[in-house]
Design a binder for this molecule. Structure first.
Ligand code: NI
Length: 289
């Protein structure tokens, strides 16, 4: 009897540890079958076999209720204009990371993403295309109203390396004007379309506008639409402290991937800041606590 109880306890413990493991290594798939404990052997009396048909239609429902939240972060965003003019990450930033979304605003995907970020108290950085800001000024205004950083990603999203300085100036002037008109704030950083800008142009843009060139250290290649689970696992695998994460809020699959991605990064202990806050940690010379 004693050994039967011990076996029973062991079995319960094993079931719990499998369940705990599946929680610890949370999956990137939105819907996942739970590890179902087998039928428990009764402690006393003859085991009465009960036949039930397997319910294959059951799917574990997505997580409801409160999710883990990013802490309130009150860090300066006034980075120094001296020093580096190109950044793909800020290694001195400790466990802080910046997640960035390019090419929007998008009429449906961006508001949906904003809801996901708000639920987790996460501030992101949106590298908007000026043309899209003119199309959806209300969404640009919402981005800023909810505490996110808005940044320039050119007006037409054409390759800047083939352009004259005058053409590049038009791209950044028109984008700045669209952002200011829609939101009342000035962009402080920029990302060139395709990440492509000659060193001479980077220096010229920095001298003209004060914008550093923001690249990235984490690239899930989400523009190739590899599916939400792949986007999520690529981001979770590649991210390290001080990372700048590249994603695109114009793609539905990218936004679909965000709940699991954001929750996974929070669970790993990362804290989200805007790109300007990340840069300010670099210019202050030390990682913030
Ligand atoms: Ni882009």
């Amino acid at each position: 009897m004693r050994s039967a109880i011990t076996r029973h306890m062991k079995r319960i413990l094993a079931t719990f540890s499998i369940a705990a493991l599946s929680i610890t290594f949370g999956s990137c798939s939105a819907q996942k079958e739970a590890v179902a404990p087998g039928p428990l052997t009764p402690l006393t009396g003859p085991a009465a076999p009960v036949k039930t048909t397997r319910n294959t239609a059951y799917v574990t429902p997505p997580v409801q209720g409160p999710v883990q939240r990013n802490p309130d972060i009150n860090l300066p965003s006034n980075f120094s204009k001296g020093g580096n003019i190109s950044f793909s990450r800020v290694p001195s930033a400790g466990q802080y990371v910046a997640i960035t979304f390019d090419d929007g605003p998008h009429s449906q995907n961006t508001p949906r993403l904003l809801d996901m970020l708000r639920a987790r108290n996460i501030k992101a950085s949106f590298f908007v295309v000026g043309r899209n800001v003119d199309l959806y000024p209300g969404i640009a205004r919402q981005i800023v109203a909810e505490g996110h950083e808005i940044a320039s990603h050119s007006y037409t999203h054409r390759l800047l390396t083939k352009m004259s300085d005058d053409q590049v100036r038009q791209e950044f002037d028109k984008t700045r004007d669209a952002i200011v008109k829609a939101t009342g704030v000035q962009p402080r950083v920029m990302r060139p379309p395709y990440g492509a800008l000659l060193q001479r142009q980077r220096e010229w843009v920095h001298a003209q506008y004060g914008y550093p060139t923001i690249l990235w250290s984490v690239d899930p290649n989400d523009w190739q639409r590899p599916g939400s689970a792949a986007i999520c696992s690529r981001i979770l695998t590649q991210t390290s402290s001080g990372a700048i994460i590249l994603a695109h809020d114009i793609h539905v699959g990218t936004v679909d991937a965000m709940p699991a991605t954001l929750d996974g990064l929070l669970k790993k202990g990362y804290k989200f800041v805007t790109v300007s806050q990340l840069l300010a940690m670099q210019s202050s010379g030390a990682a913030a606590p």
